[in-house]
Design a protein around this ligand. Structure first.
Ligand code: C5P
Length: 222
């Protein structure tokens, strides 16, 4: 039977993770947060004191790196080499370095293989930057979620604040704009909608409204 794959891509802070997680729960599919994988690799790079631009060192590090995503009641737990790093991967330090690490071909190659394996084994809702274009090009349903930069920065600001992090709105906005620019401009698997993706601008929509919109567009089609 046909694989059940739903790809959700878009820029930082478009609400992809929350929406993908809720959608997966509704459908009974596995939720795969590919950004969490790039963040986990980046956390290890920083912990080991490596330069996030050093391709050779990072490629070597990867041969001894394992990242697992474990479904839990409160979303996904992210396990790096046996250690739960679900919170540690969300710090501003990781956010600021991740796009540089995500540009490295060896990193993308390894994570793409893991992500495809999950999509071939389970019905998935997978979110990221290159899911519809590169990781799951055959996915039956592809969505590209966007929102204005201001709204995305505001959402991320409130989310971080609720978790006890303090980063100014202005610096968050700047960081997200830079990250989007790097993600869209890179050579391998840049951030862009797949040709057959449905683009949804979520500016002014609540999480519930977006989830309902996606469910409506999926129709009885899952
Ligand atoms: O989704 P999230 O904002 O957590 O992703 C963090 C970073 O990981 C992105 O800014 C991007 O550099 C990288 N990423 C990627 N490809 C994906 C998912 C994330 O390059 N499929």
């Amino acid at each position: 039977s046909k694989l059940q794959q739903i790809a959700i891509d878009g820029p930082a802070g478009a609400g992809k993770s929350t929406i993908a997680r809720l959608l997966a729960r509704q459908l009974g599919y596995l939720y795969v947060d590919t950004g969490a994988m790039y963040r986990a690799v980046t956390l290890k790079v920083l912990k080991q004191g490596l330069d996030p631009g050093d391709e050779k060192e990072i490629a070597d590090m990867l041969t001894e790196t394992e990242v697992d995503l474990i479904p839990a009641t409160e979303g996904l737990r992210v396990i790096l080499d046996g250690e739960d790093v679900s919170d540690a991967i969300r710090t501003p330090q990781v956010s600021q370095a991740v796009s540089q690490v995500a540009r490295i071909p060896a990193v993308r190659e390894k994570l793409t293989i893991w992500q495809r394996a999950l999509g071939e084994k389970w019905p998935v809702v997978m979110d990221g930057r290159d899911i519809g274009t590169v990781v799951l090009p055959e996915a039956e349903h592809k969505f590209f979620l966007t929102a204005s930069l201001e709204e995305r920065a505001r959402r991320r600001y409130l989310e971080l604040k609720s978790k006890g992090y303090t980063q100014s709105f202005e610096s968050l906005l700047e960081e997200m704009a830079l990250r989007d620019k790097m993600d869209s401009g890179r050579e391998i698997a840049p951030l862009k909608p797949a040709e057959d993706a449905q683009i949804i601008d979520t500016t002014g929509m609540t999480i519930e409204e977006v989830v309902n919109e996606l469910l409506k567009r999926l129709g009885g089609n899952t």
